[in-house]
Design a protein around this ligand. Structure first.
Ligand SMILES: [Zn+2]
Length: 482
């Protein structure tokens, strides 16, 4: 057991991120929220050559003041040793990683993220060490404190209902019971009616329970996909798209969506999807099922299927009951988006963003095809986490790095509205009414209050989004890390 400790740093309430330490260590008992004092270890090697002993082990709760962003966050570490002989607290990189944290070192400092990409703590480099300071929390900084979620606290069914874009409350309880996803810490309560759902009830069936999607025997991944093209949508998306191509894997019911300028682009998008997905999964697409739409029955499609050996099945070949998986998805997802636009007052042009978000959620919700495992799990073999989900339409503060602020008095965060989740990697997509941009950020704080309709003045909500010049399908290029 060892710990590296520099000696040139001011010692009061200082913590060091230490890649050499085997354990978290704290010098004072007052840091501990729980402690087992019967736990003793002798001979902990310190960097200055001394040996120290631990006088207990437990959980530390403290408040960290970040030097880089000025934000204040709470942190909690389990299995921390009380070592009175050290001068400052030590956070062991090894132990952080073991506890599912991600630790990133770069020229700006050291950044510690949770599994879902929330920034938990950051430390500044000083004398070749990564240092943080603890401080009492101030009233004005409480909002930034929500950066760290209290993972043990369970949250209301109503809140999860909004986070999952109004998926049925019974379904949410069912998923919590079946342990279908990670992090669904939902309070067990009897479902009460939701105003938004009631308002849209006549047309809306968020996640249809219609059985008999297919009377075929179970398929394997990529053995069969369903595809459908929807459009033109009367209002072009922010990325100027008018059509949506959906592709649904039959075995997992995992859904992919692509947005197109015109119908003719469908084949090309499908080819790109096929190449990407076959590469990723190492499996080959065998059959595709579509309706008899002209775009799917063109010479080019036929030629493509022939040259790749993919069998193309159309509704002509099958009874209508056996088809319709992709068509039904398109219909229901559009209903969802309509309600969300109404509820949160997003501009109509946001439809592609919202369809993407609805698809993201749907892939993480079980359905009648398999009521234990989500499409995500059937597709990837891994249980998805929903811990990072937030209510679409809620107010978000996107952190502004120090170097981008004009002065010390400038705002630390810019306000926006949550519109979705990063396509690649971790992060959130946020619509910023002030700058009229959709940005991606990992470093943001969610307002506890839901965004009410008309929270933002109507004229801002309806302004043209001038800087949004890429489509969801070309998301990498649109990423603007803040
Ligand atoms: Zn609802």
């Amino acid at each position: 057991m060892s710990a590296f400790c520099g000696s040139t740093i001011k010692c009061k309430d200082t913590w060091i991120i230490d890649s050499g330490a085997t354990h978290h260590m704290a010098p004072k008992e007052e840091y501990f929220s729980t402690i087992d004092k019967s736990f003793h270890i002798e001979g902990i090697a310190l960097a200055d050559g001394r040996k120290a002993s631990s006088m207990g082990k437990g959980a530390v709760s403290a408040v960290i003041k970040s030097d880089n962003s000025g934000s204040v966050v709470k942190f909690k570490t389990e299995n921390t040793l009380l070592v009175p002989d050290i001068k400052y607290g030590i956070l062991s990189v090894k132990q952080l990683i073991e506890n599912d944290r991600e630790v990133l070192f770069n020229e700006k400092g050291c950044f510690i993220y949770d599994k879902t990409g929330n920034l938990l703590m950051e430390a500044k480099e000083r004398d070749r060490l990564y240092v943080m300071h603890t401080e009492p929390m101030k009233e004005s900084e409480v909002v930034l404190n929500s950066m760290v979620r209290k993972e043990t606290k369970s949250e209301s069914l109503d809140l999860w209902h909004r986070r999952m874009m109004h998926v049925s409350k019974h379904k949410i309880l069912e998923m919590a019971n079946a342990n279908s996803v990670i992090g669904l810490n939902c309070k067990k309560s009897s479902p009460t009616p939701c105003d938004s759902c009631l308002a849209g009830k006549s047309t809306r069936q968020p996640f249809p329970k219609k059985p008999t999607d297919s009377v075929d025997k179970r398929t394997t991944i990529l053995e069969l996909v369903h595809s459908d093209l929807m459009g033109p949508i009367d209002v072009p998306s922010w990325g100027n798209k008018k059509y949506m191509l959906s592709i649904i894997d039959d075995a997992s019911r995992y859904v992919f969506v692509r947005f197109l300028d015109n119908k003719g682009a469908a084949l090309n998008e499908f080819k790109k999807w096929k190449t990407e997905i076959e590469k990723q999964t190492g499996k080959c697409l065998k059959r595709i099922r579509t309706d008899n739409g002209l775009e799917f029955c063109s010479k080019n499609w036929t030629a493509f299927c022939e040259s790749t050996g993919i069998r193309h099945e159309t509704t002509m070949t099958y009874t209508p009951q056996q088809n319709g998986i992709a068509e039904r998805f398109n219909r229901t997802v559009l209903d969802l988006v309509r309600s969300q636009i109404q509820e949160s007052n997003f501009p109509k042009k946001s439809w592609a963003e919202l369809i993407f978000t609805a698809t993201y959620i749907r892939n993480r919700v079980t359905n009648t095809h398999d009521n234990q495992k989500t499409p995500y799990e059937l597709w990837t073999g891994k249980k998805p986490s929903v811990r990072h989900l937030r209510a679409i339409g809620c107010e978000v503060f996107v952190h502004i790095p120090k170097q981008k602020r004009f002065s010390k008095l400038s705002k630390r965060a810019e306000s926006g509205i949550l519109i979705g989740y990063a396509l690649y990697g971790r992060g959130y997509r946020i619509w910023m009414p002030a700058t009229q941009q959709v940005v991606e950020s990992r470093d943001c704080v969610f307002s506890k209050n839901f965004l009410q309709k008309n929270h933002y003045p109507q004229k801002i909500m309806c302004m043209k989004v001038s800087k949004y010049n890429t489509s969801v399908t070309r998301l990498q290029m649109n990423i603007k890390m803040t």
